[in-house]
Design a protein around this ligand. Structure first.
Ligand code: NOJ
Length: 722
């Protein structure tokens, strides 16, 4: 593609120092999201802007504030190059939507795109135009705290969501004042750290990487994401920020990505901490040579690139290419035409937390809840019941915002207590226990109100800081005092409904066994209480489905529905004599099966699938297939079912995964009605990645599975001939 002449002219006027300044991206002084001793003070960055030493700042916002910075760049720096203003707008700005994992549980792609659009609208009004989202990291390890920020375990669902989020942020024109540049992160496979510990090494086969972890990033890139962020870990032995294979061979050459590659916070300097460079100078050189354009918070390029050029280790023309990419991003954002187009006082007054935005947040929260158990149809609750509402998250606004919600007001969210009261329930409340202290001193009051009530609703789980970045956990059960409280309340003999607020799958077999009803509500955002109220009283029926497997024990992790069959599969058949079960792939102390499988989620009504038909059972190259199934709402409520279609390749040249999601449809159906749900599959849906890294269909048998989750459904078989 031909280059923009005005930008080339500008580069021709730049000194070496001004060029490296364009690669230097620093945090502002409003809040910090990484390890720095002191936040950069405005005195320091005002001067840096004047001197052309920084290309932009992140974690700053507010129309007035951002305009002040932009004024300095435009009027007081030699070349008047506008600043980039970035931030992590991960699940909303002032209007906080449910965390991304929760949004994924809605399987509602339109709504996900809408929340991203609103996030862009609100944050651009406050001056931000470079968003460090979406996180496209697949993860099958709930110990990793950042699963909260992603779309879960599945490459297909994850890919569609990544695509929609990019579209939502960027719209159809980056230069519009209410759209922003998206950033595909973290390149690459950040979601598979050893032991689930954040920042740890990832070592995986190229086959697994390309078939499972890469697809969501690709979808986001195909959707036109303007930037990519490297990751903290070392991938197959080379830190991602200095990984030439990831950045040059794959991203630039194979995928033709010509946008900006930004490092993660300090990850250039950390190449040395990894032990992959002599010192910070070597780390900067390696990262630059590998293809990282923009240095977030290492100041390594600022300090070490000029000497490296002078010593002939780097050619100035290569520096010019990185500078060009960054200026091009600024140009695409429209900043050269009008550096003040983002950050608008009027818009800031009118467009943040509007009624419309809050109603989308409420709808998204309602659709993200996943009902895991509802014995004896405990839910919905009749409004005549007296409810004891108990738990450290029951009247807690700040934790409803969830991880990555720095822009939100902590007290903004509607608490669950407020929501249930507004929904017309008669509520007695007791906190019962604390999030961070294991005292039992509040138990008696909680038990007292439980005794006085018809039903108990307990809101248990994780605080916001228990998941997200640097929040890996080795134990995934409820904190001990919460579990103890649950046991003591349960002993009173009242029906107990547990709402689980969390940012990851938790390991809660006891709750699944003992609670009368169990619903995951994640970190639901601004409209938490309203959405919970709507669903508990049945004004809205639950429709969410798990985007990640809930393990039965931490020791099963990593666990996911695509696990391979093994040569000694154990199918959980206890009718077989024990002697014949010994040498099979299983645990001695826990079943192989998860607590709740991928795609699982109940609702108040009942759905039945029947009459699965295929338009043909013999397929040839170029063919497409129509799959049709009958869906009936046999229950008492109007409701929504997410009908899921999976394919299994029975035999292949590389051991096939058990099943792979290939299509789904959210279908809303009135009680008593039926409809036909149709899917169209193409040749690509039957492809597998072969040993030569080609996506091909191999001849043989396939199974088409259509279900309400990955385990319960109908199957039909077909054969591919070539
Ligand atoms: C580190 C995180 O890994 C990344 O996702 C984020 O964008 C940066 N910090 C900036 O906050």
């Amino acid at each position: 593609m031909s280059k923009v002449p005005a930008l080339l002219d500008l580069i021709a006027q730049m000194t070496l120092a001004e060029k490296v300044g364009q690669l230097n991206f620093v945090v502002g002084d409003l809040f910090i999201t990484g390890p720095t001793m002191k936040p950069t003070t405005s005195d320091k960055f005002d001067d840096q802007i004047r001197n052309g030493e920084i290309t932009g700042l992140f974690n700053v916002y507010g129309a007035d504030y951002v305009h002040r910075l932009q004024e300095i760049a435009m009027r007081e720096s030699r070349l008047g190059i506008p600043l980039l203003i970035g931030a992590d707008v991960i699940h909303g700005f002032k209007t906080v939507f449910p965390i991304p994992l929760a949004e994924a549980a809605s399987w509602n792609l339109e709504l996900i795109e809408r929340t991203a659009q609103i996030a862009a609208k609100e944050s651009t009004a406050a001056g931000i135009h470079f968003n460090f989202a979406p996180m496209c990291d697949i993860s099958r390890d709930a110990r990793w705290g950042r699963v909260a920020e992603g779309a879960g375990e599945d490459p297909y669902l994850g890919g569609l969501i990544a695509q929609r989020r990019v579209r939502g942020f960027q719209g159809d024109d980056l230069s519009k004042p209410d759209t922003m540049a998206a950033c595909v992160k973290h390149w690459a496979a950040y979601g598979a750290p050893e032991g689930g510990r954040d920042y740890q090494s990832v070592d995986m086969s190229e086959h697994l990487f390309r078939s499972t972890y890469l697809p969501p990033y690709l979808k986001a890139l195909e959707a036109g994401a303007a930037t990519v962020m490297t990751a903290f870990h070392d991938f197959n032995g080379v830190p991602c920020t200095a990984n030439e294979w990831l950045l040059k061979t794959l991203l630039r050459k194979e995928l033709n990505f010509d946008g900006v590659v930004v490092s993660d916070w300090g990850s250039i300097a950390e190449v040395s901490a990894h032990g992959a460079a002599e010192n910070e100078a070597g780390a900067a050189l390696k990262s630059f040579q590998a293809g990282t354009d923009l240095d977030m918070m290492s100041e390594g390029y600022l300090k070490y690139l000029i000497p490296a050029i002078k010593e002939g280790k780097i050619q100035e023309s290569v520096l010019d290419e990185s500078v060009y990419r960054i200026l091009k991003l600024k140009n695409d954002l429209g900043l050269f035409d009008d550096p003040f187009r983002y950050g608008n006082r009027e818009r800031e007054k009118l467009e943040l937390k509007t009624k419309d935005h809050l109603s989308v947040a409420r709808q998204m929260a309602q659709q993200s809840f996943v009902l895991l158990k509802n014995e004896g149809s405990m839910l919905p609750l009749k409004k005549s019941l007296k409810v004891a509402l108990i738990g450290p998250l029951a009247d807690n606004a700040p934790d409803m915002n969830g991880t990555w919600s720095f822009f939100a007001e902590p007290d903004d969210p509607v608490t669950i207590k407020e929501g249930l009261e507004e929904a017309g329930l008669d509520v007695l409340f007791a906190q019962g226990c604390e999030l961070y202290h294991s005292t039992t001193k509040h138990f008696p009051l909680a038990k007292e109100i439980a005794k006085q009530s018809d039903v108990v609703v307990m809101v248990l789980g994780e605080s916001a800081v228990m998941n997200g970045e640097a929040a890996s956990r080795a134990e995934l059960g409820l904190p001990d005092n919460q579990l103890e409280l649950f046991r003591e309340i349960k002993e009173l003999g009242k029906p107990v409904i547990v709402l689980l607020s969390c940012g990851r799958p938790l390991v809660v077999p006891e709750l699944a066994e003992e609670a009368d009803a169990l619903m995951v509500i994640w970190s639901p955002g601004s409209e938490a209480g309203h959405a919970v109220g709507d669903v508990l009283v049945g004004d809205v029926v639950p429709s969410g489905k798990l985007p990640m497997t809930f393990p039965n024990a931490v020791g099963q992790i990593p666990i996911h529905y695509q696990m391979k069959r093994t040569g000694r599969p154990y199918l959980g058949n206890y009718d077989e004599p024990a002697s014949e079960r010994i040498y099979l792939s299983k645990y001695r102390d826990t079943p192989n099966e998860p607590l709740f499988p991928f795609g699982y989620g109940l609702t108040y009504t009942k759905f039945e699938l029947s009459d699965l038909t295929l338009s043909q059972t013999c397929m040839e190259p170029g063919d497409s297939l129509e799959v049709c199934v009958n869906l009936t709402n046999t229950g008492l409520y109007d409701g929504t079912e997410v009908v899921q279609l999976y394919i299994s390749d029975i035999k292949a040249s590389i051991t096939p995964v058990a099943k792979a999601l290939k299509a789904f449809e959210r279908v809303t159906l009135p009680s008593g009605e039926s409809c036909k749900v149709k899917f169209k599959l193409e040749e690509k849906d039957f492809q597998m990645l072969n040993e030569n890294r080609k996506w091909i269909v191999e001849p043989g048998d396939f199974e088409v599975f259509v279900g309400a989750n990955v385990n319960e459904g109908l199957t039909a078989r077909l054969e591919w001939t070539l």
